[in-house]
Design a binder for this molecule. Structure first.
Ligand code: ATP
Ligand code: MG
Length: 611
């Protein structure tokens, strides 16, 4: 494990490391190809002479600065057009984690070069999500994130430089002509008739574009590279377009906006990023990334050495969709209650479901970083949550489908109306967490499923004539049950076996095969419990053009009125518990109050996924 790793209990640390037979006890981070690249760069001093002007800027700005105290700079560049999801969490843990582990800094940069889609609601949720995952950006806990739109002036200057140096031209072909003339994999492209204009002509045209002299879409600025390149991305890619749109940061200052493929390398370079890590679909863009930065360094506009782009496989998780557009559709079609619905794979959804930052970091580490696409089983994510909660969550008893149990000899043995005090550890393996207290009395609530009038083979819980232990309480012997007019069982009766109370001498003299959980009617609290299941019934809900709305799981949420033990009266929103025998639950962060408790099922006790 790295320096400065968030507080993860030691049991989890061991499980998260790769272990070989002779190093099982040694804690270390699973190796990944990006770590190797960074370690080689550090050893070679690739970035040792870099300077940092204290803020993003051009070559001159950084040249006037100090030697960069950050050994590496990575970045996380979300478009603020939706809520972050589990895939982004992987990227966040990777980029911020590498910066932390190698004495660097990770930049949070809002990639807001597209004027139409941004919203401050998304900006705030992204900031919250990263903080919650345990990271700070830009080198200090109260630094402001960077915004790509702050670099529009520089981008414009870079475009003019490329034009003057003969590396860009204004193309007046229609979008359709440009598309056709680009050729395809088997066929080289055809030069635009505008490709041979002089730099002076191009500059004049580009300035007209900027001044608003032309309609949206009338012309574009293109890099002049090679229309016959086997990489279609190098066949004179568009770098600026005319788009009359008000931008949330720059207002109506611009009617031309840079294309993403042009903007992104420049953003990285202005911020002195060393390792620019992105998902595999950008691999074919890398030659243009390098081409652009090389020319701008040549022109003295950007500092050297340039950032390098590295690609890794995006996260695909079974039963989950990770497209912001599709997640938005679930929200706007009211298929879920909102972005933070506990069934959503958004960071806010997972958080409300009971996920912890430790579980998310453990997951990111465990799945590692690879260069080939694959699917991660949802149970891997659940396993990480289970492991982190197992060591930290206090225990409690709850009954989700209550039926009354009456101890018929209670009054006679204990005295009418008597309640007897019971104690139990808050955590079976962490005695420091202390004890919880509750009562046992004549009337108890037990799970309906813990009683069978005619037991199937191998059933060891309550049936007439059988003895079980009430966990932390006494041994009881079942005698009978009562039914309503429809034949539904409404009450179970049993006898208390004297001198069997847990923790008292001789309590184990009576041997039983079953132990059941329960809550006394006298001190039970009622609570709403929301039982969540997977949102989709198909493991790859949107693969191969499938309509993900067709495989929504109709029973992904079941709400029950449960009874819970009195220690849960002090539960606060976000508090997590293990309900014994049932699973891990969290007090809902939106709806839970002490007057009206609401608990969400976070994850079951065992991996029941796909079984
Ligand atoms: P979407 O296509 O759903 O809008 P996106 O990739 O366009 O997602 P961005 O806001 O551009 O979303 O993403 C910010 C960063 O998160 C990018 O660097 C991207 O590589 C990374 N990222 C997004 N989705 C995943 C994923 N499933 N696995 C790993 N990284 C991801
Ligand atoms: Mg994107």
């Amino acid at each position: 494990m790295p320096r400065g790793q968030a507080k993860v209990p030691s049991k989890i640390k061991r499980m998260s490391s790769t272990t070989s037979p002779d190093s099982a006890a040694v804690e270390h981070k699973p190796s990944n190809f990006l770590r190797q690249i960074i370690e080689q760069d550090l050893a070679k001093g690739t970035y040792a002479t870099r300077k940092w002007g204290g803020s993003p800027g051009d070559a001159a700005h950084h040249a006037a600065g100090q030697s960069d105290p950050s050994k590496i700079r990575t970045r996380f560049p979300p478009e603020p057009n939706g809520y972050l999801h589990i895939g982004h969490a992987k990227s966040i843990c990777l980029n911020f984690g590498l910066a932390r582990d190698y004495g660097g800094v990770c930049h949070l940069r809002f990639d807001d070069t597209n004027p139409e889609k941004e919203d401050v609601e998304y900006v705030n949720s992204i900031r919250d999500a990263i903080k919650w995952l345990g990271f700070d950006w830009n080198g200090s806990p109260d630094a402001e994130p960077y915004q790509a739109s702050d670099y529009f002036d520089f981008m414009y200057r870079a475009a003019e430089y490329l034009i003057e140096a003969g590396h860009a031209y204004v193309d007046e072909q229609s979008a359709e002509e440009i598309r056709i003339n680009r050729g395809d994999f088997g066929k080289p492209g055809t030069d635009s008739p505008f490709r041979t204009r002089t730099p002076a002509q191009n500059l004049a045209r580009f300035r007209e574009m900027r001044a608003g002299a032309h309609e949206d879409g009338a012309m574009v600025l293109r890099a002049k590279i090679d229309m016959a390149s086997p990489n279609i991305n190098l066949r004179d890619p568009a770098i600026y377009r005319i788009r009359r749109a008000t931008h949330h940061n720059t207002g109506d200052k611009w009617c031309i906006y840079p294309m993403y493929t042009f903007a992104h390398p420049i953003e990285d370079a202005l911020e002195q990023i060393t390792h620019s890590i992105c998902t595999l679909e950008f691999e074919d863009q890398r030659p243009f990334y390098d081409w652009l930065l090389e020319h701008l360094i040549e022109g003295g506009l950007l500092a050297s050495p340039p950032p390098r782009q590295y690609e890794f496989a995006r996260l695909n998780l079974t039963y989950v969709i990770t497209s912001k557009r599709k997640l938005a559709q679930l929200v706007y079609d009211h298929r879920v209650s909102g972005w933070d619905d506990p069934r959503m794979p958004t960071i806010v959804g997972l958080r409300r479901r009971g996920y912890t930052p430790e579980a998310m970091q453990l997951f990111a580490e465990r799945i590692g970083v690879t260069k080939s696409d694959s699917w991660i089983d949802y149970s891997t994510l659940e396993g990480c949550l289970r492991e982190t909660l197992d060591v930290s969550a206090p225990r409690a008893m709850a009954v989700l489908d209550p039926i009354k149990l009456v101890l018929s000899n209670w009054d006679e043995l204990m005295g009418a109306g008597t309640l007897d005090a019971c104690t139990a550890p808050l955590h079976p393996h962490v005695p420091e967490m202390g004890q919880r207290e509750f009562k046992i009395g004549k009337e108890l609530w037990i799970e309906r499923g813990d009683f069978e009038e005619t037991p199937p083979k191998g059933f060891f819980r309550l049936f007439p004539g059988n003895k079980v232990r009430l966990k932390y309480g006494h041994v009881i012997e079942c005698t009978s049950c009562s039914k309503d007019a429809d034949g539904k069982i409404i009450e179970v009766q049993a006898l208390l076996v004297p001198d069997t109370k847990s923790g008292t001498p001789g309590a184990n003299a009576v041997k039983v095969k079953g132990v059941i959980t329960w809550v006394a009617a006298a001190d039970a609290l009622s609570a709403e419990v929301r039982l969540y299941d997977r949102l989709f019934t198909d493991a790859q809900p949107d693969a191969g053009g499938k309509d993900f709305l067709e495989c929504l799981n109709p029973t992904s949420l079941k709400v029950v009125q449960a009874v819970v033990e009195p220690s849960l009266a002090t539960a606060k929103p976000d508090d997590k518990f293990q309900f014994e025998r049932l699973g891990y639950f969290v007090a809902d962060r939106a709806d839970h109050t002490s007057a009206k408790p609401v608990f969400n099922l976070a994850v079951g006790l065992r991996d029941g996924w796909g079984k």
